[in-house]
Design a protein around this ligand. Structure first.
Ligand SMILES: Cc1cc2nc3c(=O)[nH]c(=O)nc-3n(C[C@H](O)[C@H](O)[C@H](O)COP(=O)(O)O)c2cc1C
Length: 406
């Protein structure tokens, strides 16, 4: 089941489900992993150090401050050692601390210092789990820090309640850590640029020509690709904190410069940004003063990034574009696919207010260079993003097969 022996830090916080960690530590050991248990101060009420020490064959850590002289403080040593950090059970309290970056325990310090993937298996009373604050904290951990949640399950709870809050089974935890990870990472080893948002073309230091793009679609694709193992570079006009590389740009020319400097090292590009076709020929250095007469702004064509890269890309590099249209949607998208020599295009109808720009949902037609056509009826952008990334995986696999035939 386990592909490679790993250094696992198991953080146990103060929940009833802590007793199940005796078995989980044994399971990790049986699978050949090296486990280091870190207990919270309150966690000591729920499990004993001695059995965890014997089962893991390692010291059990709890104290932040030790009198022993070490090359590195213990929290940094464990943070650097970890391949995986699992917090199980994760109390509402430790989830809140993690979401805020509070470092009042050894384990919370390790979490802030580590670069390892963090998994959390929450367990608590159902009202505590459903509480707005807990849900908000979970969202922060997933979207801002890239933590993986092993969700609690429904069942009879030790507190007497029945509902969601029961810790996931040890079997489910092991499957998430070691099986799903390899299966669900079909974009591992691929470096992909994803663009998001609408470009802003300066008229003067305060005014610009822009568009209604919110960046939600591009952001959803970047998150999906990252979760599927891709090394993502998000080139975005909207500022977002992510646990992958984000390069902020404003204008089409800035976006072009970044993409051109990065693309050579990349396997793919997904252009979800709404790039302005035109920009003012000159941007005034000073704010243009109000006058009692009309003014004219002369516009010039912006570079067509997709067309330039479609022409110059290497055979194995994959390019996906978007076509936001208000009429002749499919026809226009098909023409772009051919003209720009890209591998796939996603067409959407921006004349319908419930889908497209600014909305959380979209409805698209996907056309591929090899003649596939797919309609995705209205659904959340996250689902569309997942589908687009699955199609990208298919195209990569097809490219590999074709290269083998030659
Ligand atoms: C008997 C008992 C059981 C508890 N079980 C849980 C639990 O399952 N989940 C939880 O979030 N808090 C639970 N708590 C509350 C936590 O123990 C408390 O918030 C504690 O301060 C958390 O400490 P820690 O997050 O630093 O480990 C329980 C408390 C008691 C007294």
């Amino acid at each position: 089941m386990a592909p490679q022996p790993k250094n696992i830090i198991l953080g146990i916080s103060a929940g009833i489900a802590a007793y199940k960690m005796y078995d989980l530590v044994s399971d990790f050991k049986k699978l050949g992993h090296n486990v280091h248990v870190v207990l919270t101060q309150d966690g000591k009420h729920f499990v004993s150090e001695l059995p965890l020490k014997v089962l893991s064959s390692n010291p059990v850590h709890c104290e932040m401050f030790s009198h022993e002289i070490q090359a590195k403080p213990i929290h940094i040593e464990l943070a650097d050692l970890a391949d995986i950090i699992l917090i199980s059970p994760a109390t509402a309290d430790i989830i809140a601390k993690m979401a805020c970056g509070i470092c009042d325990e050894l384990i919370t310090n390790i979490l802030l210092a580590t670069k390892a993937q963090v998994y959390i298996a929450p367990a608590m009373n159902t009202n505590m789990w459903k509480h707005f604050t807990t849900q908000k904290n979970i969202e922060t951990l997933v979207t801002k820090l890239g933590y993986k949640i092993i969700p609690p399950e429904e069942g009879a709870l030790a507190c007497g309640y029945s509902g969601i809050g029961h810790i996931a089974s040890n079997e489910k935890i092991l499957k998430t850590l070691f099986v799903d990870e390899t299966i669900n990472k079909p974009l591992a080893g691929k470096k992909i640029i994803i663009t998001a948002g609408g470009t802003k073309e300066a008229i003067d230091p305060v005014r610009y020509i822009g568009n209604k793009s919110s960046g939600k679609m591009g952001l959803a694709i970047a998150d999906a690709a990252h979760n599927m193992g891709a090394d993502v570079i998000l080139v975005s006009t909207v500022s977002r904190d992510r646990n992958y590389q984000v390069i902020e740009v404003e204008s089409a020319q800035e976006m072009q410069e970044v993409i051109e400097s990065e693309f050579d090292k990349c396997d793919g590009l997904i252009m979800a940004a709404a790039v302005s076709d035109f920009r003012p020929i000159t941007a005034s250095k000073q704010k243009i003063k109000k006058k009692n007469e009309d003014i004219t702004i002369e516009l010039t064509r912006n570079p067509d990034i997709l067309e330039i890269l479609g022409r110059t890309k290497r055979e194995k590099q994959i390019i996906i574009g978007f076509s936001a249209e208000s009429e002749n949607i499919e026809k226009n998208a098909r023409e772009k696919l051919e003209k720009k020599k890209i591998d796939m295009i996603i067409a959407n109808d921006i004349s319908v207010p419930e889908i497209g720009f600014e909305s959380d949902e979209n409805e698209v037609i996907i056309l591929t260079r090899d003649g596939q056509r797919e309609v995705l009826q209205r659904r959340p952008k996250a689902q569309i993003a997942q589908h687009i990334c699955n199609k990208l995986v298919e195209i990569f696999q097809k490219t590999i097969k074709e290269a083998k035939k030659i």
